[in-house]
Design a protein around this ligand. Structure first.
Ligand code: F6R
Length: 614
């Protein structure tokens, strides 16, 4: 969702802001803007649309003397339609302050009414604009800018990451955070603020994460951080291991394709340091996952959203197969508003690529409050969910820029596979998965070859089917969540209505949808035993109603080949690894179809990468 970049230092301000904004584009936005100082005045340039629209506007009438500090923003509309007026940055009545905001101010309406009565003039329909007028109001009352900023924060209800500049104090940027991500970039005689690490990578890898309630004052040569009670606190910068290249397309047409093809590498990195190559033992103890943490666990809740939720569904099959612990998997937006039965013997596992998803975070906090042990599986170092968890297992997928999640999913599944094997050994002393662990070490190369092999065939299939309006994805057992994930991918990037179903449920309703122009993508693996035969029967039922079948099947599944219009063969593997192999053709299929339909693949309409509001 909204992206923030801010800079104080000697560089030319406009290129820094535009570069930062470009690197935040993937978060999803519908308008963009920047603010800087020009001849000691606040100068705002903003527009509805994309960053290139903003650039056009800037360079039509290039500023003569643009100076830091400056802020940039990409807005994903919540209050007020996407428009020039509603785009950030916003200014106070006197045009001395300017501010960008990510999040939602829940009490904006009552604040606005009060400010209007006091004579403040508003230029937008946003919730954000109240913040800058509030600061102005406190300045009018005689507070200094820092006091006015702190005082304003006290009045706000909701989620926010805020950056503010004041023309009378160009020597600093004020930053605050509550439930919306903010990261500070530390440079030499320069400092940055951003809502996400990729915006900082061209400039610095040294970062400081802010916690909820904290305020930072960025000078060019120092950063001061305060807690909510205005006590000054010390924060150690952290060094980010992601490099700039990993956040660039590197010759691929889209980030999504790059990230699909990066999966073998992401798997390698996620395994690194977690498997002892000599004795094939998995070790998460260095990450805090020790016996004491888990010994009395009687129930597991896995909670997540979207693709991460699908990884959670896969995990249910893995954990219940290997451990004698019941598992419930929940959508975070549902979990947080019901009354889940949680106590100190519950293990809550939050799964999130970004580590910032509002519903997942709220669910985690709810579980924590009720005494659960908190484990999270995250991709972004230092993200809020990671920081609020008792133990974090990082997926080492590198930055995922495409809105549609791919490599995060496969690495989340991989972490769950490792976790199931690790816990089995730790809790029951069962050490029977060495052969599988050995195979895991080789899975990266196998997957690489598989991707290369299937790409031409997937292109061919996509050419035939890219004009469809409806599509079914069917699978059973551990491939059911993969059917859901395949359908989600097609929906979100190709805008085709797709439904994922457990193949056994077809007779209970969805089979009525079958007709000649509604293909069913059926997933079947011999490794699932009897379920494979059952899926074959479900496929026959589709076929006999003239439904075209595209099957993703184990090698040499002759019965399926006979009834399929098209098929992709998957090499035989272990049951646990099926999700990794079966999801890849579905990711590629959605990608190729979306490309043929001319969709904006990396930034699909209406979507945001990091969903920081509920
Ligand atoms: C789909 C997708 C989303 C995310 C969901 C959760 O391709 O990317 O469904 O999976 O928004 O995001 P994280 O994993 O960051 O919590």
């Amino acid at each position: 969702m909204c992206g923030i970049i801010g800079y104080i230092g000697k560089r030319q301000i406009i290129p820094v802001l535009l570069e930062g904004l470009r690197r935040l584009e993937y978060r999803g936005y519908d308008s963009a803007g920047i603010v800087f100082l020009e001849k000691n005045k606040i100068k705002v340039i903003k527009t509805k649309g994309r960053i290139f629209n903003l650039e056009e506007k800037i360079f039509k009438k290039p500023p003569l003397e643009a100076k830091a500090p400056g802020l940039g923003h990409t807005r994903w509309a919540t209050h007020g339609e996407p428009s020039d007026e509603n785009a950030h940055p916003h200014m106070d009545c006197k045009e001395e302050l300017s501010l960008v905001h990510n999040g939602i101010i829940e009490n904006y309406y009552e604040l606005k009414q009060k400010l209007l009565k006091k004579g403040h003039r508003f230029c937008s329909a946003t919730d954000t604009e109240v913040i800058v007028h509030l600061v102005e109001d406190y300045l009018n009352e005689g507070l200094n800018i820092k006091e006015a900023f702190f005082r304003t924060l006290k009045d706000l209800k909701g989620s926010f990451a805020i950056a503010l500049i004041y023309k009378k104090h160009p020597e600093f940027i004020l930053v605050a955070r509550n439930q919306s991500p903010v990261v500070l970039g530390v440079g030499e005689e320069e400092n940055f603020v951003a809502s996400d690490i990729p915006a900082l990578l061209p400039f610095t890898k040294k970062v400081v994460f802010l916690n909820d309630g904290e305020v930072a004052i960025l000078y060019k040569d120092k950063i001061e951080v305060y807690d909510s009670k205005k006590n000054k606190i010390e924060k150690e910068p952290v060094l980010i291991s992601w490099d700039l290249a990993s956040a660039e397309k590197g010759g691929y047409a889209h980030f999504m394709l790059k990230e699909i093809c990066e999966q073998p590498e992401a798997i390698k990195h996620t395994l690194l340091g977690r498997i002892n190559l000599d004795n094939k033992e998995i070790d998460f103890s260095k990450e805090g996952l020790v016996k004491e943490f888990l010994e009395d666990v009687q129930k597991v809740f896995i909670v997540a959203c979207g693709t991460s939720y699908h990884a959670g569904l896969v995990a249910k099959y893995l954990i219940e197969r290997h451990l004698e612990i019941p598992v419930e998997v929940d959508l975070a937006s549902e979990f947080r508003y019901r009354n889940p039965l949680i106590n100190s013997k519950t293990l809550f596992i939050g799964v999130s690529q970004s580590g910032e998803t509002a519903d997942t975070l709220a669910s985690l906090r709810l579980a924590k409050e009720k005494g659960a042990k908190i484990l999270s599986i995250c991709n972004v170092l230092g993200s809020t969910i990671a920081r609020e968890s008792g133990v974090v297992l990082y997926t080492q997928a590198g930055p995922e820029i495409s809105v549609a999640s791919t490599k995060a999913f496969t690495t989340q599944v991989l972490v769950f596979i490792l976790l199931a094997f690790y816990l089995k050994k730790m809790l029951y002393g069962k050490d029977e998965d060495k052969e599988k662990v050995d195979a895991l070490i080789k899975i990266s190369n196998q997957l690489d070859n598989f991707i290369e092999k299937i790409r031409p065939k997937i292109k061919e299939i996509s050419e035939k089917w890219h004009n469809i309006s409806n599509c079914l994805y069917l699978g059973r057992n551990i491939l059911f969540p993969i059917a859901l994930e395949g359908a989600l991918k097609l929906k979100e990037i190709a805008y085709i209505h797709a439904e994922g179903y457990a193949a056994g449920e077809m007779k209970h309703g969805p089979i009525a949808l079958i007709e000649e122009n509604v293909p069913s993508i059926i997933l079947a693996a011999k490794e699932t035993g009897i379920v494979y035969e059952k899926t074959l029967s479900n496929a026959e039922e589709v076929k006999s109603r003239r439904g075209p079948i595209i099957s993703i099947i184990s090698e040499n599944s002759e019965e399926f080949k006979k009834i399929s219009y098209d098929y992709i063969e998957v090499p035989l593997t272990f049951y646990e690894f099926l999700p990794i192999f079966y999801v890849v053709p579905l990711q590629l299929l959605a990608y190729e179809i979306a490309a043929l339909r001319g969709c904006d693949i990396d930034k699909p309409r209406n979507l945001a990468k990091s969903v920081t509001v509920e």
